[in-house]
Write a protein that binds this ligand. Structure first.
Ligand SMILES: Cc1cc2nc3c(=O)[nH]c(=O)nc-3n(C[C@H](O)[C@H](O)[C@H](O)COP(=O)(O)O)c2cc1C
Length: 478
């Protein structure tokens, strides 16, 4: 039998396997075994690596990590329905969760089936329902483990006194308790029982233990019981309350570390007119600057993006000023001050023609028109050296085709900015116009310059990492 050394696999395959195994809570070797097993059973296998269909980036994985479904992603909930009177309300909960773009897989305990039928649950969930730990149809590949882990959250509603006692003590003698013991996903419990059961010393001990173990509880509420004449604390929280609590665990509010900060960003190339129809330009696509603007906006900043001519949609909720030339760009940058952070990612043309032709230049017998070049304003240096309105953090980009770090260090000294993001834009890298970037972040500590080299990332990932670094620095300073 041949053996396989994961270390020797292609990098893209390793990244895919690492992400998939982490997501499923398995070792990489186990994941390979599962994939091979699935292929043997004839299940379709898709290995997406191209940029458009690529394997999930660390940022995607973060948003799909347990309990972190992205805002628009379909979240996955395993709903365990326990055997209490409130089980009928769990059917409404299925609907409430589905309204929130959530896939719901129901597990009914044996007692739950005395109160609601698997048929009702499956009709509402549009999925088959699971009831039996020893079900040959779903257990041929340890289905209870899949129910425990192929989800973003487990909800138990109603959580009976019995189920909580089993959980607190690590029992696993039926499907529901085995799932609860085998999961590494967050668990939300909606207890429901008679007030005397809720107040019983054993239940109190179990509840305290479960809270120490990290389960989250919603309810129980006070009110009338199903039993005639009884009232007190023990009613299951309403389905809408449970769905809202699930939503908070599935899609927690994003941290907004740049809230209240004004961020100014430049992006794209500039076009320097030669005559009414011709111009000097460069190959910058603007993708990196646009990604930074979107990441800063997502971090809560008030963002102004000054962009040269690009073929990109304006990022949502960002003030975008469209410009052509370096001089227009400087004017708009100055108009956007004051700012707390300025990031100059645009590839501004260094030169323009001294005298722009008023009409289209013509071929003449006198030969080629003399195109004399003059220097454009240096936006980064101008803003870095401002006396009054200099933003507290000024970040320049250094696009170089050779001697990257040395040239970036020299630029640092000349421009007077605080950080430089250096990237190699030689044609072989495909950075200009491409979707990926390899950057080095140069920062200063007194006279010393630190160079932090980041791995190859998508431009969105570079943007997220840069914004995180800015947030960390600003957080330390304030
Ligand atoms: C009519 C009736 C209503 C019940 N209601 C509840 C209840 O609201 N909460 C609870 O914890 N147990 C209740 N029980 C007891 C549970 O059904 C019993 O403890 C069962 O073993 C729970 O099984 P399970 O936890 O596997 O679902 C009720 C029993 C009956 C017969």
């Amino acid at each position: 039998m041949a053996s396989l050394t994961i270390r020797k696999l292609d990098e893209a395959i390793k990244v895919y396997l690492r992400l998939r195994s982490a997501k499923n809570g398995r070792s990489v070797e186990e994941e390979v075994r599962v994939i091979l097993g699935e292929i043997m059973q004839g299940r379709p296998f898709e290995f997406a690596t191209t940029p458009s269909q690529r394997s999930p980036s660390p940022a995607d994985e973060l948003s799909r990590a347990p309990g972190r479904a992205g805002a628009l992603d379909q979240a996955r909930v395993t709903l365990i329905i326990g055997g209490g009177i409130a089980a009928y309300k769990a059917l409404d909960l299925v609907r409430r969760l589905k309204e929130r773009n959530t896939r719901v897989r129901c597990v009914l305990t044996r007692a739950a089936q005395q109160f609601v039928t698997p048929l009702s649950a499956s009709a509402l969930a549009h999925e088959r329902v699971y009831t039996d730990l020893f079900d040959p149809e779903s257990e041929f590949d340890a289905g209870h483990i899949r129910l425990a882990r192929d989800c973003d959250l487990i909800v138990v509603a109603p959580a009976t006194a019995d189920l909580m006692a089993k959980m607190a003590n690590g029992h696993a003698d039926d499907l529901a308790s085995a799932i609860l013991l085998a999961t590494n996903r967050p668990i939300l419990l909606a207890p429901a029982m008679n007030p005397l059961m809720w107040n019983n010393a054993a239940t109190r001990r179990n509840v305290a233990q479960l809270q120490r173990d990290g389960t989250v509880m919603i309810g129980p509420n006070a009110g009338e019981m199903a039993e005639a004449g009884e009232a007190g604390v023990g009613r299951m929280a309403e389905p809408l309350e449970i769905a809202a609590a699930a939503e908070r665990l599935l899609r927690p509010p994003r941290p907004r570390p740049l809230k209240g900060k004004r961020v100014l960003i430049t992006a794209g190339p500039t076009h320097e007119p030669i005559d009414p129809v011709r111009y000097i330009a460069n190959r910058s696509s603007g993708k990196q600057g646009f990604a930074i603007a979107a990441a800063a906006q997502a971090a809560g900043a008030d963002v102004t993006l000054v962009s040269g001519p690009v073929d990109l949609d304006d990022p949502p909720d960002v003030t975008v000023k469209h410009v052509e030339s370096a001089r227009d760009m400087l004017r708009q940058v100055e108009a956007a001050l004051p700012a707390d952070i300025a990031i100059f990612a645009a590839a501004v043309a260094d030169w323009r023609v001294a005298t722009e032709g008023e009409q289209k230049l013509k071929k003449t017998a006198a030969g080629m028109p003399p195109l004399q070049l003059v220097e454009n304003p240096d936006i980064l240096a101008t803003i870095s050296k401002l006396k009054d309105q200099r933003p507290p953090l000024v970040i320049g980009f250094a696009a170089e085709t050779e001697h990257l770090i040395d040239n970036a260090k020299a630029k640092f000294a000349r421009k007077g900015c605080d950080w430089i993001v250096a990237n190699d834009v030689s044609p072989a890298t495909g950075v200009m116009g491409g979707d990926r970037n390899t950057v080095h972040l140069l920062t200063r500590d007194g006279a010393e310059i630190h160079v932090d080299s980041w791995p190859v990332m998508t431009k969105e990932e570079v943007a997220t990492a840069l914004v995180a670094r800015i947030a960390e620095t600003i957080g330390k300073a304030s």
